[in-house]
Design a protein around this ligand. Structure first.
Ligand code: LMR
Length: 328
């Protein structure tokens, strides 16, 4: 970073970060789609970058490309398999073509809170899922938290019927398509980078996302309000290609994976704080948040939970049972 950039207080961008890379250092490009400020993924990626660049100086150098500046999520995994990018952390909904077991994370009302998500991911069942894409060339390295999702639309949503006939953007996941169809809405798969414009132009009426994405993408500007449904999960899998991982010297791989593990533990433990700050950020920015009565929430549960049956074979009854035991 030049002294001018520091004097101007510029945020560290990918190009500034790459200026830190020396000849002979292995460059690790980390591409993701969200913003960096007050965002769980942005914060975790930046911490990982800082630690790798300090502790592996001379050996490795990480560059982070946020905000879909390098790849959209739909291009990332192919680019990774080609060796054009080394690291990413797409949401668990974006691995459809690589594994079906992650569908458990999209099933509505599967986890009652983020502690339950954390416990499940760290259980034997959850840990086994990390290797579910290895035969397709992808190595799952860590689960990173974002949080539970909320619904928003261009009209108030208090009961599932309010969503009937509305068009909703969903991530590219068949579970999320089924979930929206269960409440009579019409789902449209769309890249994250296009959602704000689509809401603004009325291409879609509503969407579902976490507090940090609602804040980062300013959805509250183009929606009537956000309904606090906490109906589903949006979490991430940090991934690399098996080929890239295998190409590293044992000690380099071990050092890198240790740093990643420590960053994961530190940032996942802080998720409640980041999520609450983002929710507050939405309010501070003038967004409307609607809370549900227990009866209203129950109506959403009743409307959407039957979707589980359609996907039990994909995710495994034993995994659903394990998740529900943790919830109990
Ligand atoms: C989305 O597409 O809504 C999210 O997966 C974006 C993200 O990475 O949080």
């Amino acid at each position: 970073l030049t002294s001018t950039a520091i004097a101007l207080g510029l945020a560290i961008t990918a190009s500034a970060a790459s200026a830190d890379c020396d000849d002979g250092e292995m460059v690790i490009k980390f591409s993701h789609v969200t913003n960096t400020d007050k965002h769980p993924k942005g914060i975790a990626a930046e911490l990982l970058r800082t630690r790798v660049n300090e502790e592996m100086d001379g050996t490795a150098c990480m560059e982070v490309y946020p905000n879909s500046t390098l790849y959209d999520d739909d291009k990332l995994l192919e680019a990774m398999l080609q060796g054009d990018v080394q690291l990413g952390a797409p949401s668990l909904s974006k691995f459809e073509t690589f594994t079906k077991v992650f569908r458990i994370f999209d099933l509505p009302f599967m986890f009652k809170n983020m502690e339950a998500v954390d416990a499940f991911q760290n259980s034997e069942n959850g840990q086994e899922m990390m290797s579910s894409m290895e035969r397709r060339g992808l190595a799952g390295l860590a689960f990173w938290h974002n949080g539970l999702k909320q619904f928003s639309a261009n009209k108030p949503l208090l009961m599932p019927e309010d969503a009937e006939g509305l068009k909703f953007r969903v991530q590219p996941s068949d579970v999320l398509v089924a979930q929206m169809e269960a409440i009579g809405a019409s789902p449209q798969k769309m890249a994250f980078s296009e959602v704000y414009g689509a809401l603004q132009q009325g291409v879609v009426d509503g969407q579902e996302n976490t507090w940090s994405n609602t804040l980062g993408q300013k959805y509250y500007e183009v929606q009537d309000g956000i309904t606090e449904t906490n109906h589903g999960l949006l979490d991430y899998m940090v991934v690399a290609s098996v080929d890239w991982l295998d190409s590293l010297d044992d000690d380099v791989r071990e050092q890198f994976l240790t740093i990643l593990q420590e960053v994961t533990e530190e940032r996942n433990a802080a998720i409640a704080e980041v999520d609450a700050a983002a929710r507050q950020g939405v309010l501070d920015a003038g967004g409307t948040i609607r809370e549900l009565t227990p009866e209203q929430r129950e109506a959403w549960v009743e409307a959407m939970k039957p979707v589980w049956e359609q996907f039990t074979a994909d995710v495994g009854q034993e995994n659903i049972d394990a998740a529900q035991e943790i919830n109990a």
